[in-house]
Design a protein around this ligand. Structure first.
Ligand SMILES: NC(=O)C1=CN([C@@H]2O[C@H](COP(=O)(O)OP(=O)(O)OC[C@H]3O[C@@H](n4cnc5c(N)ncnc54)[C@H](OP(=O)(O)O)[C@@H]3O)[C@@H](O)[C@H]2O)C=CC1
Ligand SMILES: O=C(O)C(=O)[C@@H](O)[C@H](O)C(=O)CO
Length: 279
């Protein structure tokens, strides 16, 4: 399966689709990630918060595929935004995964009320210089957070992973990332398996291309320049979610999906300016 790649502002390249691993855990989880790898997934998204770093590392080893072929992403939890804590957490995550570097490492949430994300960013810059991380990025950052990182460190993130799906299309945040030469990754790209997968407008488009609604939604992300990271533990879903590079949506079809956006479309009402991670 050929998966196109997207070039980041630091010159590194990442696959145009990845596997999300939120709620994939334990021994069964290893099998689910391994199956995805065998189907062709090479971008794997985990986080310290997901308790899945260990099983993702194990699935990579069991696959027998060279480490260098993968783009492994993890994320810094909010409780470790202090500089020394962040460096410790990155090293601990690498040990849990059994890896000696991350391809991509993100600050999971900005937590602006705690106001430590610049300190965390400085730790990511140091970890990159130490060779522990190839590309550094953020998640759930708003334009003012991105600009503050750049102003205080001179380093703009390579990636901003944000909530995007047909009910929450994020036009202005996509533009904000683009203006700063930041690649957008979409979390919950399928709306976390919500009713959008049964939407009649998307079903109509899917029928035209002999695809399923999940494939149409994932293709919609790609057409918008976004790297989606759908989670699936289901073999058929994993496989069909990858098969999105052999058709193209028209601009009218993209607009029809954009029109499904809702003013209260966020999945869990997770506003990055308000959201607090659990400690
Ligand atoms: N940075 C951040 O703050 C966040 C990051 N993330 C990341 O993004 C990833 C993806 O987001 P997530 O919230 O998991 O939601 P997704 O939008 O990826 O949806 C996952 C759900 O959709 C189902 N599904 C997957 N493919 C299909 C399909 N083809 N047809 C029907 N159902 C399907 C899955 O079930 P099944 O397993 O049965 O296929 C699962 O229930 C996460 O796993 C995580 O890695 C997520 C949230 C926040
Ligand atoms: O999954 C993640 O990366 C999260 O940040 C969580 O907030 C998740 O989106 C969630 O819904 C927790 O209730």
């Amino acid at each position: 399966m050929h998966i196109p790649q997207k070039t980041l502002n630091d010159g590194h390249r990442i696959p145009y689709i990845g596997l999300g691993t939120y709620q994939i855990r334990g021994g069964q989880g290893i099998d689910h990630v391994l199956a995805a790898i065998q189907d062709g997934y090479r971008l794997l998204d985990t986080s310290t918060n997901y308790d899945s770093e260990g099983i993702v590392g194990e699935a990579i080893r069991r696959s027998g595929i060279p480490r260098a072929d993968f783009t492994v992403t993890s994320k810094l939890p909010g409780k470790y935004h202090h500089y020394d804590d962040a460096l410790m957490s990155i090293q601990e995550s690498l040990c849990r995964m059994g890896l000696d570097y991350f391809d991509l490492y993100l600050i999971h949430w900005p937590l602006p009320k705690r106001d430590l994300y610049v300190e965390a960013w400085k730790a990511l810059i140091t970890a990159q210089k130490l060779g522990l991380i190839r590309s550094i990025g953020v998640s759930n950052f708003e334009p003012e957070h991105l600009d503050r990182l750049n102003k205080e460190t001179g380093v703009m993130p390579a990636v901003n992973q944000i909530e995007v799906h047909p009910a929450w299309i994020q036009e202005s945040m996509l533009q904000a990332n683009k203006d700063r030469n930041i690649v957008t990754e979409a979390w919950s790209p399928l709306g976390r398996g919500s009713k959008v997968l049964q939407d009649s407008a998307i079903q109509k488009i899917a029928a035209k291309y002999h695809k399923n609604t999940g494939q149409v939604i994932l293709r919609w992300h790609v057409e918008r320049g976004i790297v989606p990271i759908p989670k699936s533990s289901n073999l058929l879903h994993q496989r069909t979610n990858l098969a999105i590079f052999d058709f193209k949506l028209t601009s009218n079809e993209i607009e029809a999906i954009n029109a499904l956006s809702q003013s209260n479309g966020r999945i869990n009402n997770q506003d990055p300016n308000e959201y607090e991670e659990f400690d």
